[in-house]
Ligand binder design. Structure first.
Ligand code: MTE
Length: 337
């Protein structure tokens, strides 16, 4: 088996950081509306940075990121209901198989990942193919904060304040041709810095690959993230550039992207290739369609421990139904899981 079911002991009570930052359910949903009404988002400017979140470890912020941060369109983080997952949990309970199979492996091993300089190759059905230095790639784009739920197919979830750019803006820059129907993403392949790629764990055929239909990629909720919790992405969370598609299971949100291809055919993706009866191309969060080996009706919201498992009901499309359901009208979601 490839993705292991988490044990409740995987996150014990002592890991729980006091939740000092709360925001409203509306705020989580509001994040999803951001792309539809960009002008409506509050711009809080300089006051808001990593310090607005508790217990955030500082990183070695690259210059280009600092420049972008000053003009960030911050999201209001105000009332209460769904708490933002403490930084410690979001950065020490990870899936990044390039750095090992256990939840703590990415935090322990991803220090070896060299994220500067970084470039992204854009190719396929685009008017402007090329290899772009990351800082040039993001130069014309405005950084936005998006507070999203992240629901893993393993039935745990978090709420994370991402910093990133609408994927649609990035794609518009490279001018997809009329033949482009899908977007294919590829993670760095570097066995020297990625011990998981040396070990053959889970029989993954590296590099890790993910994909979206072009209309899914153009949905305002889909972002390319470069940061979280008011700072740049920690390596274990997919530095320096990762996908975030909050209505889909977490495995679609591919990390440390080095290649983006616009293609005519549906790309072969990592998990679908490994276990097609368990992991589909769409991977939309759906409490009515169980994984063959466990229910998807509920989820453990981290932090979660033995005495407070913090279990909640999973929402259709992870709570983003209003924004994305129309993408799938006429599609049988039981067959297209
Ligand atoms: N991307 C790459 N390259 N390698 C991975 O192993 N794991 C996926 C996804 N992106 C993964 C990846 C899975 S299964 C999940 S649930 C999310 O990353 C986890 O993101 P997080 O560790 O930031 O919470």
């Amino acid at each position: 088996m490839l993705i292991k079911l988490p044990k409740s002991s995987d996150c014990n009570e002592s890991d729980v950081t006091p939740e000092s930052v709360y925001f409203s359910r509306r705020s989580v949903l509001g994040a999803s509306l951001a792309g539809f009404a960009l002008g409506a988002l509050p711009v809080l400017g300089q006051a808001a940075e990593a310090s607005r979140y508790a217990d955030v470890e500082a990183g070695s912020t690259p210059g280009w990121f600092k420049d972008k941060l000053g003009a960030t369109r911050w999201q209001a983080v105000t009332v209460k209901d769904e708490a933002i997952t403490p930084f410690k949990d979001a950065t020490h309970y990870n899936n990044f198989y390039e750095f090992g199979p256990d939840k703590g492996d990415p935090a322990a091993n991803a220090g070896s990942l060299k994220t500067e300089p970084w470039s992204v190759v854009v190719h396929g059905e685009v008017g402007k193919p090329g290899r772009y230095a990351l800082e040039d790639f993001v130069k014309p784009l405005q950084l936005e904060e998006r507070i999203y739920r992240l629901r893993c197919v393993e039935a745990w979830s978090m709420v994370i304040p991402w910093l990133g750019f609408p994927l649609s803006e990035v794609l518009k820059q490279v001018e997809p041709t009329s033949k482009a129907r899908y977007v294919r993403f590829e993670t760095l392949q570097d066995p020297k810095s990625m011990p998981g790629q040396r070990s053959g764990f889970a029989l993954i055929d590296w590099p890790y690959v993910e994909g979206l239909r072009l209309d899914e990629a153009m949905n305002p909720l889909a972002i390319l993230a470069v940061g979280m919790y008011g700072r740049e992405l920690p390596n274990q969370n997919g530095a320096p550039l990762r996908l975030v598609v909050p209505w889909k299971y977490g495995f679609k949100s591919i990390k440390s992207i080095v290649r983006i291809s616009l293609v005519a055919e549906q790309p072969k993706t990592t998990w679908q290739g490994l276990a097609p009866n368990e992991y589909g191309f769409y991977a939309n969060v759906n409490p009515q369609v169980d994984h063959p080996r466990w229910s998807q009706a509920r989820e453990r919201r981290l932090p979660s421990g033995l005495f407070n498992p913090n279990v909640r009901t999973t929402q259709m499309f992870n709570g983003y139904e209003e924004e994305v359901a129309s993408l799938y009208s006429g599609l049988d979601l039981r067959k297209n899981y």
